[in-house]
Design a protein. Structure first.
Length: 254
């Protein structure tokens, strides 16, 4: 039995969770109609496509392409996996070396994407999380954008932390996937984390000498709400915004 639920859908992004409790024997052949990365969250299953058989589990996923004819079998019971729709060109880039090896960091990025999609995150946030995940699955690029391009992206983010990922990739002259990978290699953090840090710094610049409330500061800096701001500040500094405000404000008695 197959169940499928779409968690996020946009013109360039489709994330679905798929559960299957099929039998141990091979299923009837079916034709693949879309390109997708398939990653297993729980369980294991066998897949046969175009005469080649393999096993998918949380450590090794695969790329499916339109026109393939596939069959699946479940020798160890039910499984739960994620299907991430991608462009055919990216499917070729990911799938040329065969099965996808899912590193621990890629697995965490995968599960974070699912958690945020389930929680109702917006398309822009999910697109960045998906880009981070795909970047961790890509084989090393033959040519990556130079550091200068990453610096250009950093300047653009400082000018507008809300800048779209596709616009940043166009500025860097590469795909969003390669930008995400290279940005992380150069800066040590993802683009999404960098955005949040810039927003947090903007709030810190005002906390000590502004009488504005936290909700107002959060809105100015582009946070979803005051709670989002508080979580980010606490994660970055281990302190609440109120505690930071007291540290940065004038000494008591003045």
């Amino acid at each position: 039995m197959l169940t499928q639920a779409v968690l996020a859908e946009a013109p360039d992004l489709r994330v679905a969770t798929v559960g299957c409790s099929g039998p141990a024997r091979w299923s009837a052949p079916e034709e693949v109609t879309s390109s997708a990365v398939v990653l297993v969250r729980r369980g294991v299953f066998a897949r046969r496509a175009d005469g080649r058989a393999g096993v998918a589990d949380p450590v090794q996923g695969y790329v499916q392409r339109p026109g393939q004819v596939q069959q699946v079998a479940h020798p160890a019971g039910a499984d739960t996996c994620t299907s991430i729709g991608i462009a055919p060109a990216l499917a070729d880039r990911l799938g040329w070396a065969g099965p996808l090896t899912v590193s621990p960091r890629a697995d965490l990025a995968h599960r974070r994407l699912i958690a945020r999609a389930t929680a109702g995150a917006g398309p822009a946030d999910l697109a960045e999380l998906a880009a981070d995940l795909i970047a961790r699955l890509l084989p090393p690029p033959a040519r990556r954008p130079p550091r200068r391009s990453v610096d250009d992206v950093r300047v653009a983010l400082n000018a507008d932390p809300r800048a779209r990922l596709d616009d940043l990739a166009e500025l860097a002259g590469c795909s969003r996937w390669h930008l995400s990978r290279t940005f992380h290699e150069v800066t040590g953090v993802t683009i999404n984390t960098y955005r949040l840090r810039l927003r947090a710094r903007a709030v810190l610049a005002e906390l000590g000498d502004s009488a504005a409330g936290l909700a107002e500061l959060a809105a100015r800096a582009g946070f979803a709400d005051q709670a989002h701001l508080s979580r980010t500040i606490r994660r970055e500094l281990g302190l609440s915004p109120g505690e930071v405000r007291r540290l940065l404000g004038p000494p008591a008695g003045r």
